[in-house]
Design a protein around this ligand. Structure first.
Ligand SMILES: [Mg+2]
Length: 375
């Protein structure tokens, strides 16, 4: 009864428009344009016994068509494979695309497929994904990011923060890293005063400081009891992050921009962060995420996965140390289901798999599709 075979794979590219153009510090320093959309790669896998799974990967600003193109090239390799053998199937697809590397776009294309296989396996077992993997908790501490971007005037940031707290979201993160650090410090002080001392507060500089600026900022805010300072430096400056983490009492968080287990290993070995922030779609899926999470826990790090709460809620629930999950409502229109927040925590859904089905809106925003196998 366990022997089953993959008979059909459907890929789709979905362009999700954002209601407002989004700016973090990378836009204010002139490195990027405001973000107006997120491009998603969905993989839907069906087996001979009619078990189904859906996974997704994503890109911001560029890379969506490349992820879709790579997935199209390797998808045929899934046909006839046992969907339970995720690790072996993953390796097979990795070797199929080995010429373009084991990180970045190539593995991000595999992420959608890997996540679909995990979703399928959990659905087949009639278990939420977290319980299939082995869970530590049924809810995870959560904080909101979407209300704290730099395009938003401070009054709006305060308003959104209050709405988030009222909606049962426990923490608030705001963006910093503007060219004039005084503006960051003013906004941060205003939000801390608005929320009071009891609401967990984080800041995110999106890699826009040099080492001296990061240290100066870190020293200036030591009294604010921040949960962490996120991406103070370039994502690949492991040594700089390690020096900062050693110099400051406030924990240092980073890792969202890294796109492989190997890159995270370097971060972990350098003791570059107190809080590691892997992103399953960006590192190539749940299979590599679980590998690096094991290493991070062994090194004593905290975990706060980046974006994609629909996936990361399950993975954070399985981490031994009490983690955080990032609340972003951006992807809500793509799905028929919603995640529940209460008392500062996000509740792991009791639906099988990831617990999501694609909405009609997601289908309406689909710009490209590809199918292989028997429908
Ligand atoms: Mg961030």
């Amino acid at each position: 009864m366990t022997a089953d075979r993959i008979r059909h794979v459907a890929l789709s590219s979905v362009v999700l428009p954002l209601p407002t153009p989004i700016s973090d510090a990378k836009v204010l320093t002139g490195r990027q344009k405001p973000m107006t959309e997120v491009v998603l790669l969905f993989a839907e896998i069906t087996t001979e016994q009619d078990h189904r799974g859906t996974g997704f990967s994503y890109s911001k600003r560029a890379g969506g068509p490349a992820q879709f193109a790579h997935a199209k090239e390797v998808a045929e390799g899934l046909l006839g494979e046992d969907p339970n053998d995720i690790a072996r199937v993953y390796d097979k697809l990795l070797w199929a695309g080995a010429s373009v590397g084991r990180s970045g776009v190539a593995t991000q294309a595999l992420a959608a497929i890997d996540i679909a296989l995990w979703d399928l396996k959990a659905r087949r077992a009639d278990l939420p994904l977290s319980k299939l993997i082995g869970s530590h908790r049924d809810s995870v501490r959560t904080y909101n990011t979407s209300g704290g971007f730099l395009h938003a005037p401070i009054e709006q940031v305060k308003e959104r923060a209050s709405e988030s707290v009222a909606a049962g979201i426990g923490g608030i993160k705001i963006k910093v890293g503007q060219p004039d650090m005084r503006t960051d410090l003013q906004r941060l002080a205003a939000v801390r005063e608005h929320l009071g001392d009891d609401v967990p507060l984080m800041v995110d500089a999106n890699q826009q400081w040099d080492r001296a600026s990061a240290l100066r900022f870190g020293r200036a805010v030591e009294g604010l009891d921040l949960v962490w300072i996120e991406e103070p430096l370039d994502a690949y400056d492991a040594e700089g992050h390690a020096q900062l983490a050693a110099a400051l009492d406030t924990p240092i968080a980073t890792g969202e921009m890294l796109s492989s287990v190997a890159e995270h290993v370097r971060l972990i070995e350098a003791r570059a962060a107190d809080v590691i922030q892997p992103d399953a779609p960006r590192v190539g899926g749940i299979t590599p995420f679980l590998r690096l999470a094991t290493l991070a826990d062994h090194a004593g790090l905290q975990l706060a996965p980046h974006f994609a709460m629909e996936i990361h809620l399950h993975l954070a629930a399985c981490y031994p140390r009490e983690p955080w999950v990032e609340h972003f409502e951006w992807l809500d229109p793509l799905f028929n289901e919603r995640l529940e927040t209460r008392d500062g925590r996000m509740v792991v859904p009791d639906r099988p798999g990831l617990g999501f089905t694609l909405s009609e809106q997601a289908k309406a925003w689909t710009v490209d599709t590809y199918e292989v196998g028997r429908a």
